[in-house]
Design a protein around this ligand. Structure first.
Ligand code: A3P
Length: 272
């Protein structure tokens, strides 16, 4: 055969699909898409483009099905997938553990109050007559009792979900990425991710520029596009105005859970 064919006969060079080594497990609306798009700039990272939802929705289809949703890689390349609902779905830690106990887990976290508003804003964008955030976040009319059953509020209790992951994985296999810092200083956070994954620091500040109109970091180029571009319109939405006293009450609600989360992770995210 041709020289190219000869090359492809070498096992490590023949592209094939592999189960992921690394998962971005959440948290929804914290910057998970930005993280995936930024880290996949690295030539040694290959990622599934859309959320596969294997461990939460399609688990019964089996690992063969999952593997077929992974991109082709050659030896030395990391296979990655991101599905933010993994972090909060009860059965997922055990299922990931059963696939591979050495799986590396990336978790983007953001102030749970802004995360809740972001989550609400996304839901409201899909539904015409959505109630106000303040009406949904609290039980009854006042701001006294927080509705902890409402998804956007519930998901922000990070410590509760993290405790389940820690039953299966040591902290050393988890990397927490600050969603705030991913916006302020993407190169810094991507540097940490590359170190954690044992990759050379290829993605650097040279890849990013700050788009003042959008108010977010954007990319000069990526695998898919060679011209400067930002994430899509659904990332970095304008949030509605929320009554400051509702925000204050939510901060108070999250404070003990945030402290617990800082304690579990050993990181003070200083969400106030
Ligand atoms: P908002 O749209 O509420 O501002 P996810 O990808 O997990 O759904 O997170 C979406 C959030 O990512 C956005 O929430 C935005 O704040 C944040 N984000 C982080 N970096 C971004 C970037 N470079 N461009 C756009 N949004 C970014």
């Amino acid at each position: 055969g041709s020289p190219k064919y000869q090359l492809l006969r070498q096992p490590g060079l023949r592209p094939s699909r592999h189960l992921p080594d690394t998962l971005i497990i959440g948290v929804k609306k914290s910057g998970t898409r930005a993280l995936l798009e930024f880290i996949r700039l690295h030539p040694d990272v290959r990622a599934a483009g859309s959320e596969v939802h294997f461990f939460d929705r399609h688990y019964q289809r089996g690992l063969r099905w999952y593997r077929h949703h992974m991109p082709y890689t050659i030896e030395g390349q990391i296979t990655m997938e991101k599905t933010p609902s993994y972090f909060v779905t009860k059965e997922v830690p055990q299922r990931v553990y059963h696939m591979n106990t050495a799986t590396k887990l990336l978790i983007v976290v953001r102030d749970p109050v802004t995360r809740a508003i972001s989550d609400y804003t996304q839901a409201a964008s899909k539904k015409a007559d959505m109630k106000r955030f303040e009406q949904l976040a609290f039980v009854n009319g006042s701001y006294s009792v927080v509705d902890t059953t409402w998804g956007p509020v519930k998901i922000g209790v990070y410590s509760r979900y993290l405790e389940r992951w820690l039953l299966y994985f040591p902290l050393s296999q988890l990397l927490f990425i600050s969603g705030e810092r991913l916006i302020m200083d993407p190169a810094y956070e991507i540097g940490r991710v590359q170190d954690f994954l044992g990759l050379k620091r290829v993605v650097t500040e040279k890849h990013f520029y700050f788009n003042a109109t959008k108010g977010f970091p954007c990319l000069f180029k990526s695998e898919a596009r060679s011209t400067p571009h930002c994430l899509g319109k659904t990332k970095g939405r304008n949030h509605p105005h929320i009554d400051p006293s509702a925000i204050e009450r939510l901060r108070e609600f999250y404070r003990p859970f945030n402290n617990k989360f800082y304690q579990l992770t050993g990181i003070n995210f200083a969400w106030a």
